[in-house]
Design a binder for this molecule. Sequence first.
Ligand code: CAA
Length: 257
Amino acid sequence: MSYENILVDKSGAIGIVTLNRPQQLNALSYGLVKDTALALEELDRDPEIRVMIVTGGEKVFAAGADIKEMADAGAFDERVQGRLAYRDRINKITKPMIAAVSGYALGGGCELALSCDIIIASETARFGQPEINLGTIPGSGGTQRLTRLVGKYRAMEMVLAGDFIEADEAKRLGLANKVVPVESLMDEAKKLAQKIAAKPPLAVKFAKESIQKALNTPLDEGLEFERKSFYLLFSSEDRREGMKAFLEKRKPEFKGK
Ligand code: CAA
C-alpha cells in the first residue's frame, strides 16, 4: 500500500513509519492519522516484521492534531470523529512500537508517543499537552495515559498550564526511556528494535499485552491475565526451545510458534 502523508520503510524485521508533513510540523490531520493507523496495521499483519518504529524525523515528531482542519469543525464532524477512530486503532497494534521522538511532540503528538511501548527521545525533544491554549483538552489519552504515567500533579501542570517539558525532564518523569543525541536517534531506536525482534515473538506479544493490562485493570485482574498468558506460553515451541537451549548451553532458535 502507498501512503500520502507518511513514509514506510522495512529494514529486516523492523518496520519504520515516518510522519511526513514537514511544512505543517507533522500536524496530525485526518489523512495522516488514517495513513499511520493503516500502515501500522499492515506491518502488524506482516509476518516478516517484529517491531515497529514511529518517528517524525530529526526536526519534529508531531505538533499535535491539525488545528486548521479542526478550526471550523463541529462536535460530530466526521473528520474529527474519523481521525479519533483511526487513532484508537493505533492503540490496538499487537507488536511492540518504539517512538523515536525529536523536536516537538505536542498534543496529539505527545499522545501518539504515549501510545507506543517505548520512547527514545533526542536531546531536542519537547513534550507537551498545550490544548488548553486552544480552548480544549487532550482527546487521545493526554489526561488518562499521561496521568497514569507521570502522576496527577505533573499531569495537571502539563495539561492545565500547557507548558512543555524537555527531554531530560521527560526521562526523569518516566516519559522517555532514553535521551540521545539527534544524530544517533534512529540508530538507537533500531538497535533496541533489533534486540526485541530477536526475542521469541509470541512471548513478546503476550508480554506487551500483559503490561498494557497493568494500566487498565485492577491488580487482581491484571495478575490473573498475566498468569493465564504465562501458562499459555508453555504450549509454544519457542518456550520449549528457549529452556532447552539454556540447558544445552547454546543460542535458542525462535520460530514464532
Ligand atoms: N496544526 C496545524 N498546523 C500547524 C500545527 C498544528 N497543530 N502546528 C504547527 N502548524 C503549522 C503552522 O501553522 C505553520 O504553518 P504556516 O507556515 O503555513 O504558517 C507551520 O506549521 C510552522 O509552525 P510555526 O510557524 O508555528 O513554527 P514555530 O517553530 O514558530 O512554532 C510550535 C512551533 C510551538 C509547535 C507551534 O507551531 C505551535 O504551537 N503549534 C501548535 C501546537 C498545539 O497547540 N498542538 C495541539 C493541537 S490540538 C490537539 O492535538 C488535540 C488533540 O489532542 C486531539
